[in-house]
Design a binder for this molecule. Structure first.
Ligand code: PFF
Length: 450
């Protein structure tokens, strides 16, 4: 049998997994969700939900990956041979590929905005909000420019994956994640020193408890899954490359802490500036592409800051898209025995075509509606609200009810050798077995009727 490649070190594994977690979900989705769902109240609920629920679910996914030492499809065949659980594996391969097709379209937008920032488009002359709004909507509804961005973004993603686990994914993550952290801090410092920034900080950190509603909790859980990349088979695949000596508990805690810190720092980079310029934080998904360029065009040093910001956004998006592509590649290489290069090409082509349709759904195909939504919105909604929560639900049921407590404990504590992991195992297993399935079901039902 072919020898499996593994991550070279625990640090490399953690950086690659943090690279998967930290992405557009932190820099683009989290800040706009904070704006839409009432500021600090959402931030508070989000932090509780991430550490109480998402972290144990992340552990569950990592336990399946490292125990089975194989891809998301094979894992269920290894751990529950001859059962219907392998269909969960099919879901775990399918969901990320759909996500990648539209994620790459937003990656392409980031590329275009980096190009605009480098050409000093935002800062050479003053722009009104209305002008920037029409630049953005004109761009995403055009045919060629967004498709070119999507193609380049997906192509670079595929190239990194072809280089392999150690030489491609791990090296890229180790280099890029610390750089990304520095870049985001730099922008947050610039933003915090703007006159009037204090109001933005109060908005982020002084909760109005009356704003905590069931909808806020559901949104926070959905965001937690998206942001930590759980429920997609991604963390499962990456942890199958982890050494048996590494601690799953410690690694997952570090991933969750860094991912949350990135989301908070990104919000500290965006919200204070939004308030300093008297804008509304409730712009929704366009916050990043319409509101931020306006801020850049108004602030001293805005040209430099905009370049730094879009470089950071692109790096974050790439380390995540690499992880999404790897799920499918690992499956094709290990189950269908084709080469890494060919596997990456097959997945590139499939997601590229679907991505083109997603991109065109903002323009020429905007009349084609699926359940009332354009293709892009439908895929985003269907994967994050339904497929991802279903994936997470099946994972916790598998680990909590099917694998058996002794096996789960054995994997989590490295055969009983990690005493710290041994101490937290009881409460963590309780969450996986009882609390998480109930919470996920409630969210799924509330999403269906929302
Ligand atoms: N977790 C990443 C983010 O926050 O952007 C991206 C992500 C990866 C989302 C994988 C979804 C996914 F399937």
């Amino acid at each position: 049998m072919m020898k499996r490649e593994n991550f070279g070190s625990q640090f490399g594994a953690i950086m690659a997994m943090t690279g998967s977690a930290v992405g557009l979900g932190n820099l683009w989705r989290f800040p706009y969700m904070v704006g839409v769902y009432g500021g600090a109240a959402f931030v508070l609920v989000y932090i509780v939900v991430v550490f109480l629920l998402c972290l144990p679910i992340l552990n569950a996914e990592m336990i399946v990956g490292r125990r089975s030492q194989t891809n998301a499809f094979g894992a269920f065949k290894v751990l529950a041979p001859g059962t219907g659980w392998k269909w969960v594996g099919v879901l775990m391969i399918f969901t990320p590929l759909v996500v990648l097709s539209y994620y790459s379209v937003i990656g392409g937008w980031s590329l275009e905005y980096l190009y605009k920032a480098v050409s000093l488009d935002f800062t050479a002359s003053a722009h009104t909000r209305a002008e920037l709004d029409s630049i953005f909507s004109g761009f995403i509804s055009s045919v060629w420019a967004p498709i070119i961005g999507h193609t380049v973004f997906l192509g670079v993603t595929a190239l990194i994956v072809v280089l392999g686990v150690k030489q491609g994914i791990e090296k890229f993550g180790k280099l890029m994640m610390p750089l990304l952290f520095l870049l985001v801090i730099l922008i947050a410092v610039r933003s915090a020193t703007l006159p009037g920034a204090g109001e933005g900080f109060a908005y982020l950190f002084k909760p109005d408890f009356s704003k905590i509603t069931p909808a806020v909790c559901a949104a926070a859980l959905g965001q937690g899954f998206f942001s930590l990349s759980v429920g997609f088979g991604i963390m499962l695949t990456y942890s199958s490359y982890m050494s048996r000596k590494d601690s799953i508990g410690r690694s997952s805690l570090l991933i969750a802490v860094s991912d949350t810190m990135f989301a908070l720092i990104a919000s500290c980079a965006i919200m204070p500036a939004v308030f300093a310029f008297g804008l509304s934080p409730e712009a929704g998904p366009s916050l990043l592409f319409e509101v931020l360029p306006f801020i850049f065009s108004q602030m001293p040093l805005g040209g430099v800051v905009s370049i730094v910001f879009f470089v950071a956004l692109l790096v974050a998006a790439l380390t995540s898209s690499v992880s999404i592509l790897e799920v499918g590649v690992a499956y094709l290489v290990e189950e269908k025995h084709i080469s890494r290069k060919r596997a990456a090409l097959v997945i590139f082509l499939g997601t590229w075509l679907l991505g083109i349709l997603c991109s065109l759904s903002f323009g020429p195909l905007s009349g084609v509606k699926i359940f009332g939504d354009i293709l892009f919105d439908f895929l985003d909604m269907f994967t994050s609200n339904f497929l991802m929560t279903l994936g997470a639900l099946l994972i916790v049921i598998f680990v909590g009810w099917k694998m058996g407590r002794p096996d789960v404990r054995d994997e989590f504590t490295n055969g009983g050798t990690l005493s710290g992991s041994g101490r937290v195992f009881g409460p963590m297993f309780f969450v996986i077995r009882y609390l998480a399935p109930v919470a996920i079901l409630v969210i799924m039902v509330s999403n269906i009727f929302a």
